[in-house]
Design a protein. Structure first.
Lengths: 225, 225
DNA sequence: TGGTCACCGAGTGGAATTCAATCATCGTGG
DNA sequence: CCACGATGATTGAATTCCACTCGGTGACCA
């Protein structure tokens, strides 16, 4: 049941930064086409060199069409980021469903595998590292991490009986920040990712969480209470 | 001797991205004044909303003056980044000198303290997270991390007899990436930094490195060879 | 006083964004 | 089944904003 709780309460709802809901059929294709184009451009020039003209041309649309759907350039990046996050959560759910999970560690491992897989296969996935440092409190990288940590905590509590509570959420936040950093580094220059950083990421996560949630630590905790 | 090796071989040399060496006296003040202004603006609007006009106005100069010293907008950011890195290294050296170091852990702790201290006191210090995602292979965040990891490795090898080698450097790179991420998160919204993330950062670093370099691990390593 | 050094800020060009005109699609009445 | 108006969708020239240039002017020095 909570396995796909990761998808979030608003999964499927249109992102709020789009200007106009598509009414007609073709618009939906336009919208995702624009994002596909943006993703391709992101892979080519990086997400700060991107121009609205590049996106429009790549999508076979005109400048005006971009602005019909998005209020400005960074809104497109936000939307692309959001789509990447949604696809990541979906992939985690798929991965979790496809694996036989015996301990919480298997679940954490799946998360890493999903992330790495998307880095390799999803065009423009590096957009997940996009953080708009302006006043907007929404669409904040920390909020994404926080949300994901809470959902993952639910899964680990319900499936593997980890003790629920703010400590678990906090530790998962820490774990996610570390994994983000190490995997970003792994893919910094190598398109397929430097394996040493990926492996070290898994190791670090396991060691960090094992400190509190290994069978031994848990039984000690149980004995103490 | 290697304690201030952290400063780097080119410490003191003018950054190469400055257009004209200041000849007259007042120019030096202008140059650092421009960077101070840029730092202030970075704190106000973040380093992607910054405009050359803002920098010039804040520094009491004109647009042209900015371009007299820096070839373009990102060069200013690079220079500010560079200054922050240099000050960080200087602070680490100061901190190392002022503390009584009994184990390598004390040195690592000093590094964290220096970083946190600068985040709190140095205007615009968040520029350390600035990464120019374009073709320029120099001025690369990963290169900074790599360079710093090597220097820190030298210190730990010479002062605390840690075993030299690529493993040490790699592990320090990993440690630096993790610390960067956790401290950036600590200061993401709180100007003074969320203490829980700072404390957890120290803990994580210690646990991670202890796995290989605790006295026990080292003696096991020595016995095996 | 002539020769640099510094500085200024209007001007240029390119990219972001707007908007009035045009095209496409849909629902509806004939 | 076919006009045909209403509304959605698209266009791209015009506008605005901002990085960056450059010729002119004052400041320092010898």
């Amino acid at each position: 049941m909570p396995l796909n709780g990761l998808l979030g309460e608003d999964a499927g709802a249109a992102p709020q930064q789009v200007r106009a809901e598509p009414i007609q059929q073709r618009s939906a294709a336009r919208l995702s086409g624009l994002l596909d184009a943006a993703a391709a451009v992101v892979d080519e020039v990086g997400f700060d060199r991107i121009t609205t003209a590049m996106i429009a041309e790549r999508a076979g649309a005109s400048i005006g069409t971009v602005y019909r759907y998005y209020p400005d350039r960074v809104a497109v990046l936000h939307a692309l980021h959001e789509r990447a996050v949604v696809r990541f959560r979906q992939r985690v759910v798929d991965e979790l469903g496809a694996s036989t999970l015996t301990t919480w560690w298997d679940a954490v491992d799946c998360v890493v595998t999903a992330f790495v897989g998307l880095y390799r296969s999803e065009p423009g996935f590096r957009i997940v590292n996009f953080d708009d440092r302006d006043g907007a409190p929404a669409a904040d990288a920390a909020a994404d991490v926080d949300f994901f940590a809470r959902r993952l905590a639910d899964v680990l509590v319900n499936e593997f009986n980890l003790p629920a509570g703010p400590e678990l959420i906090f530790r998962l936040e820490v774990a996610v920040e570390m994994a983000d950093a190490l995997l970003a580094r792994a893919f910094h220059s190598e398109p397929l990712g430097e394996e040493r950083f990926i492996a070290e990421c898994r190791l670090v996560l396991r060691e960090y969480l094992d400190r509190y949630y290994s069978p031994r630590a848990l039984s000690l905790l149980a004995a103490a209470s």
